[in-house]
Every structure is written in structure tokens, then in C-alpha cells.
Design a protein around this ligand. Sequence first.
Ligand SMILES: *Cc1c(COP(=O)(O)O)cnc(C)c1O
Length: 409
Amino acid sequence: MKFNTQLLHGKGVGKYPDGATIPPISQVSAFAYETAEELEKIFDNKAPGYAYTRIGNPVVAEFERRVNDLEKGIGAVACASGMAAVTAALLNILGAGDEIIAGSGLFGGTIDLFGNFEALGIRTKFVRHITVEEIEPLITEKTKAVFGEVIGNPGLDIIDVRAVSEFLHDRGIPFIADSTTATPYLFQPIACGADIVIHSSSKYINGGGNSISGVIVDSGRFKWDVSRYPGLEKYKKFGPFAYLARLRNDIWRNMGGCLAPMNAFLNIIGMETLGLRMKTICSNARQLALAVNTLDGISVNYPLLPGNPYEALARQQFNGFGGGILTLRPGSKDRAYKLMNRLRYTLNATNIGDIRTLVIHPASTIYVHSTEAQREAAGVYEDTIRVSVGIEDAEDLIEDFVSAIQSLQ
Ligand SMILES: *Cc1c(COP(=O)(O)O)cnc(C)c1O
């Protein structure tokens, strides 16, 4: 089964009451049973069923199965947001005294979160690029996870997931991949050795820009040594499911960042067209990058442009695609603002993966709380504009950007 067929008919797609073609929304807080004994069994995981939506809900479970099927994991846990997913995925295995190694080009919210972790005694060491060469000197026995974005947002650095995962596995360290910007259409990190995959499904998976959500997928392949990950001790009996069992029965449920049923439903509807949207978005992004790249007074970053250091890796790892984000540098903040204000078909908004083309000036918005050094390390300069390309017709987007850029001369 190929990707678009799998979205509609894959293992994750269920059967619904009354022959409904899409899952009903179980818009409830709690589930009632005839007898006290039945509820006891459900609470004790001795019988299948739902008790309370923070812990489980049918339409949320359907969304989890569909994402898990695409990412080829052993199970997925849906969260209230991408940030809730990052938080739960890491706190499931980390404690005071532990260290993370992460890419400095991470999404701004994740960098801020790792700052919050300091108060819990969890330290993050940042590298400019997640490569074997840059990670190796920073590894200590306190290193419990390496975290990186498969395609950095907005720096557009690309991780060689296979090389990094293999290197880390020899050292007993899991690789946690934020694959939001790659999406399962371009890439499945687990197939290349990643241990845990995270998405902000608010972005491409939802696609319509109508709800916030996140999801964690477990490969089930990492061999958790409970002397290094004492939080998993109690869950050792679940074998390859130890990480997921702790997440579901402990950290994720207790933090309370569950996904709302309505948002799971909206994600399911959106996800069914992920393949169609990504194909158009990636094609538009590539055509727009190539067109703008010929103009004077502006520089463009897009993985598939000739001379880009990640061109070969992107083509090989992402099946010839380069993703849906590009960045433009027109030379100054003033020119960046003028350009943004002259565009007709774009929205100024802090999101990515919408069907509409969105532009933003990261230095004055997403990275406004970051230091100059953090910004530069994330590939954010005072003139950087991030473009999250939508599904408009490429000709219109190109005409819009070319005329706005030419009007700056
Ligand atoms: C948006 C984003 C997040 C955070 O997700 P939210 O759904 O906004 O909480 C994390 N990582 C990446 C790469 C993102 O783009």
C-alpha cells in the first residue's frame, strides 16, 4: 500500500458505528459502566475500555493509531500540543542530574523549555549541528538523550538520522527526533533508527491550521537499561513497551496534557490529505526558492537549491523532496518588513504547515526572548523571513514574491 492509500485504508483506520465513514467524536469527559466491577477492571488495565478522557478516548486513540501506522512505531500517545509532547517524551526518561544534547537550531519554544528543565536539574548541551562529530565530545555518562529536529525550523539544517542513530546506539543513548517539518510523507525516522518520534501535529498533520496538538511515537527498539533510566524500572516487565507503558500510565497522564476529542477529529480529517498537501507544498516551495534565487538583493535558503550543504542528504533521505519551508534574507530588517508588507497572498502569522502561505520575521517574534548568540545559532538573523509555503498556485506565489522583491530595488 502506498502513502495516500495508507492514509485512507491503512491498519490505523478503524471501523465506526452505523457505517460512518469517518470516526465519531466521543465528546465526553467520562465513560459509564453497568457495574462497579467493570469500572474496576478498566481502571486496573484488566479489561479494555475507556474511563476518563484525560486517560483515553476513542477518537483520540484512532488518531494515535493512524499516526503510529504512518511512522511504523509500536504505539503513539497524543498530546495537547507539540510542546506537551516534547515535555512528556523527555520527562518520561530524564531526572535531576541527567543531560540532553540538542541542536541549537531548535524551534524557539523547545529551547525555552530546555531552559526550564535546568530548574529540575536537567542540563542541555547545545551543538550547532546534530552530527556525530559535534555530539561525540559532549557525551558523558549523564547523557540520557539526544534531541534534534530532522529539518531544523527555521535554520533548515538536516540531520542524517541513520548515521546519528547508529552512533548513539553503540553508546546506549536514544535519539529523539522532532519530525514536525519533515512529516511522515517525506520521511519516517524510525525506519532510519530513531528511537522516539515527536510531531507538533498542529502543523502539517492537521494542515488546516485549526487546532493545536502533538504526538509521540515509540519505535519500541531502544534497549532501556533501567540502571540508567530508573523511572522505567517499574515498567521493565512490559519489555519493548516499557517506555510507552510509563508514558501512558504515569508521566503523560499525570501531567494532564491530553488531546481534546474534537482536535483529534480535526487532525484525522486533515491527515487524510497529508500526501496531497505535502506534494503541492514541497513543489511550490522548490519552485518559489528557485525563482527568488535568481533575483538580486536577496538570499534564499532551501535544502534543494544548488550549493546548499544539505542538498544531497535531503534528496536521498526525503525521496527527492526538500520540505515546505524556505527562508529569505533581503539585507536588513527594514527591507524584510517592506517585503512582507507588500506580499498579497501571504498571511503574517506564527505557524507552519498551513494550507495558506504564512510569513514571519522570526527575530522579532518567535526569538524575541532569545539572545543574539542563540538567534545566530538557530540561523535567525535580523533580516530573516521564514516562509511556510501553502497550496496556492505556484505561478501566483512566484509572481507575488518576485514583484514584492523587485519593488525593493
Ligand atoms: C510548532 C513546533 C513545536 C511546538 O508545537 P506546538 O504544537 O506549537 O506546541 C515543536 N517543534 C517544532 C519543530 C515546531 O514547529
